[in-house]
Design a protein around this ligand. Structure first.
Ligand SMILES: [Zn+2]
Length: 164
């Protein structure tokens, strides 16, 4: 009998240098149950710090996976994400990131996207998609960027004294 400690995945943010330009692997069907366990812990972490999302590479797990706030009080675990922009032009959005607690960055995002990702299905993965707009769309783009090694510091303009 195999015993595993509960803290197999301790949710601990890694340094920005470990997040920027990182390379994440796709989640494979045989990794789904393990990644779901991790996802649940990531969601607990988001609730505890009041975050809208967290991507696996931010805690040193280099997999294309993230959790994000889907409704006011629920999060969704997303595998192997990508998206197609629906809005023709991007807009500028002020965003924060758990990896850069001290500063916000102005980044370009699309108000509306078609999100594409995988969800657990019959012990494996199933491709699915959903149209997103507004905040949810922005969270999805932010976290998808993380799974591609891209951060708001790399693509955005730093905002200091962001009172307004
Ligand atoms: Zn982030």
């Amino acid at each position: 009998m195999e015993e595993e400690t509960d803290d197999k995945y301790e949710i601990k943010l890694v340094d920005a240098s470990m997040v920027e330009n990182c390379i994440c692997e796709e989640v494979k069907p045989e990794e789904v149950s393990e990644m779901l366990e991790l996802g649940k812990k990531m969601i607990e972490y988001c609730f505890s710090v009041g975050a809208a999302g967290l991507a696996a590479p931010q805690i040193g797990v280099y997999k294309k996976m993230f959790v994000y706030r889907k409704t006011e009080d629920s999060f969704q675990i997303i595998f192997n994400p990508s998206f197609i922009k629906v809005s023709k032009r991007p807009m500028k959005v002020l965003e924060g990131c758990l990896t850069y607690k001290e500063k916000g960055y102005l980044v370009e995002r699309y108000k509306e996207i078609q999100a594409i990702f995988y969800i657990p299905f019959k012990g494996g993965l199933k491709r699915t998609g959903v149209a997103l707009k507004g905040e949810k769309s922005i969270y999805f783009q932010h976290e998808t960027d993380h799974t591609n090694g891209i951060t708001i510091k790399m693509k955005g303009v730093p905002q200091v004294g962001q009172k307004e």
